[in-house]
Design a protein around this ligand. Structure first.
Ligand SMILES: Nc1nc2c(c(=O)[nH]1)N[C@H]1C(S)=C(S)[C@@H](COP(=O)(O)O)O[C@H]1N2
Ligand SMILES: [Mo]
Length: 211
């Protein structure tokens, strides 16, 4: 794809009011993270939920395959100013897990911390992780995630154009690659970048990049 193609696509996305302020469109899929790519060991991998839940639970990699699955198409917006349109994700919706009572929250839950390998964390309000634009993703574009994009499991949050104005759309750092657990909390706590200079809410339309 040439830069001409990119510009044409960017003009179209902007025309559709899908390009937040200060962003430019990429047709690539940049890789961004701190530290090395962790190895995946299926025999010992688990995904846990803990904190303000009625019952702590964990799923092995095999068990995780049997959870209800969904696909979502959304635009993703990185705080470093690249955006990518129409990205297709497949995985498990947290809302669906709650609806199926696979997870039972205590009534006081307000926020959720994603915990990833090597200690990366990121926090979001409960409302936002229950939106259809948040997914525990195993697949991108019909294929398993690649190691550098978070294999085997990552949180993803983006923007669904048809739901503009209805759902919160945080920057893409609010999805943890190599996700290993969700901690349900009764108050907000800051994650890795949020403790740095990054904005806590991180709304792409309000350009909430830094505090
Ligand atoms: N575990 C982990 N997840 C992470 C990060 C990280 O450093 N570690 N970086 C975040 C940031 S800043 C971005 S922009 C996205 C990048 O995802 P990508 O590499 O798939 O584009 O991952 C997010 N998730
Ligand atoms: Mo980022």
């Amino acid at each position: 794809m040439s830069d001409l193609d990119r510009r044409a696509e960017e003009a179209r996305i902007r025309e559709e009011n899908r390009l937040p302020p200060g962003q430019s469109l990429t047709l690539k899929f940049p890789v961004l993270h701190v530290g090395p790519v962790p190895p995946f060991t299926p025999a010992t991998w688990d995904f846990r939920i803990w904190g303000e839940v009625e019952e702590e639970k964990s799923w092995t990699w095999d068990e995780f395959q049997y959870l209800p699955r969904t696909q979502i198409l959304m635009d993703i917006h990185c705080v470093t100013t690249w955006s990518k349109a129409d990205t297709l994700w497949e995985g498990v919706s947290l809302k669906a897990m709650l609806d199926a009572e696979l997870i039972k929250l205590k009534p006081n839950v307000t926020h959720v911390m994603q915990h990833a390998e090597y200690g990366y964390t990121t926090n979001l309000p409960l409302d936002v992780v229950l939106q259809e634009s948040f997914l525990l993703a195993t697949h991108f574009d019909g294929k398993p995630l690649t190691p550098e994009h978070g294999y085997p499991l990552r949180g993803v949050v983006g923007h669904i154009p048809a739901k503009a104005g209805e759902l919160e759309s945080p920057y893409f750092w609010k999805g943890a690659k190599w996700l290993r657990s969700l901690e349900f909390m009764n108050a907000d706590r800051l994650g890795y970048w949020e403790r740095g200079a990054y904005h806590n809410r991180a709304d792409v339309w309000k350009e909430e990049r830094f505090r």
